[in-house]
Ligand binder design. Structure first.
Ligand SMILES: Cc1ncc(COP(=O)(O)O)c(C=O)c1O
Length: 417
């Protein structure tokens, strides 16, 4: 930084030169001229994925046909990708498997976990949790005759206490999708366990962004996303974690043939696989699983603590520049100011947020908008540079100063925001 404490573009260039993981950016195919601040929604394309898919489609599918399940080692791809993710979230390789979506995996875990606590009737979750989590929690509560108590984030601990011996489950999203606020995984897990309950964590905005320590926190269950910070591509399959100590008791409600102990014995009786494979239901979405598996190679030699330091610094820089450059323009910070309490994103509110974001995107700075008024900027440390933060804030300032956001095309709502 300069001595006047005003941050300049040159300061941010210096920060890039000192960045120990700057070279990771070269592992991505990024569009020329764009600044991509939406890796929290859809991760960028890692080099090698396209080539892997070309081989998978042309050679393995085209020529190998059905033989490729064995010959190209397709069949264990969900386990291999799961093992790679396990290394990023503090789990053992055989506690994580890739399959389905978060929504479907959450259903499996919720039902399975409630079956492990049959006499307990309260599920605690958060008002403002990601909608799919709320819908699935609420439907499972109906099916199982439980009460779903959704409370404000600051009331979660009190709600857990109040549920007491009737606490069956706590289900939370570790890093909030709108604000980026982080829950205390170790503390909440411990308190729920002290009362005899279980916890399911949604790691959609954590995996690949923070050094999650599931086993150190004694976590029970988790789900997470393949298409955000793990860069697996649009609609990439999700992952599911079950702590080893719970595997034998995890009786999930979608017992398809791929979760069977011996899928190819084609027996009529369902016998669950002894390990994490029991979380599978049907055939893997194979091309998508191979894309995700290849994308995960980006992280092979990356220290998640170093990556985390960088995304905290990117977020701090963004907040400092918003204050320096966008004062009096109607923006408010919607994320925790303290980087330790914030995931890899910073959200701002503005009454004209939708149109402003569209105008900023038209300039090639890609963030996203979440109703009613949140502009979200994600800082995927593998490919976002400090100078990108400087340039993004400059674009936002220009969009405001020129009133560019008022143009009619930026005020028309599109289907995906
Ligand atoms: C926190 C959170 N949970 C769940 C989901 C949905 O996951 P899926 O589409 O895999 O069901 C999202 C998607 O953005 C999310 O942000």
């Amino acid at each position: 930084m300069t001595t006047q404490d005003t941050i300049t573009r040159a300061d941010t260039e210096k920060m890039d030169s000192a960045d120990p993981i700057a070279h990771i950016r070269d592992r991505f195919a990024l569009p020329e001229g764009d600044i991509y601040l939406d890796g929290n929604s859809l991760g960028a394309l890692p080099l090698g994925v396209m080539e892997r898919l070309e081989v998978a489609v042309k050679e393995e599918w085209g020529n190998g046909l059905i033989r490729s399940w064995n010959d190209a080692d397709w069949y264990p791809a969900p386990q291999r990708a799961g093992a790679a993710i396990a290394g990023l979230i503090g789990a053992e390789a055989d506690e994580v498997i890739v399959c389905d979506s978060i929504s479907v995996n959450l259903f499996k875990l919720l039902m399975g976990a409630l079956r492990m606590r049959p006499t307990r009737k309260i599920i605690v979750s958060e008002i403002g949790n990601f909608p799919t989590d709320v819908y699935i929690n609420s439907e499972v509560a109906n099916i199982m005759g439980c009460e779903l108590r959704c409370v404000m984030p600051e009331e979660v601990e009190a709600a857990v206490e109040e549920a007491g011996e009737n606490l069956a489950l706590v289900q939370l999203t570790h890093v909030h999708y709108k604000t980026g606020r982080i829950y205390d995984m170790a503390g909440i897990t411990k308190r729920a366990h002290d009362l005899g309950g279980l916890v399911i964590w949604d790691l959609a905005h954590s995996a690949g962004a923070l050094p999650v320590q599931l086993n150190e926190c004694n976590a029970d269950f988790a789900v997470g996303c393949g298409y955000k910070y793990l860069n697996g591509g649009p609609g990439a399959p999700a992952f599911v974690f079950v702590a080893k100590r719970h595997l034998a008791d995890m009786n999930q409600p979608l017992p398809g043939w791929h979760g069977h102990a011996e899928p190819f014995s084609f027996t009529q009786d369902y016998k669950p696989h002894a390990g994490i494979d029991r979380m599978l239901t049907g055939t893997a979405s194979q091309l998508a699983t191979l894309a995700l598996e290849t994308a995960l190679k980006v992280f092979e030699d990356v220290d998640m603590n170093v990556l985390r330091q960088k995304n905290m610094a990117l977020g701090d820089l963004f907040i400092a520049l918003v204050e320096q450059e966008l004062g009096g323009m109607g923006f408010e910070l919607a994320s925790p100011r303290d980087a330790k309490g914030r995931g890899s994103q910073v959200s701002l509110t503005h009454e004209n947020g939708y149109a402003i974001m569209q105008a900023v995107i038209a300039r090639g700075v890609v963030g996203d908008f979440r109703a009613p008024d949140i502009l979200r900027f994600g800082f995927a440390a593998p490919y976002v540079r400090y100078v990108d933060i400087w340039d993004s804030v400059t674009h936002i300032r220009e969009v405001m100063e020129t009133k560019e956001w008022q143009r009619p095309e930026f005020n028309e709502r599109r289907a995906v925001t």
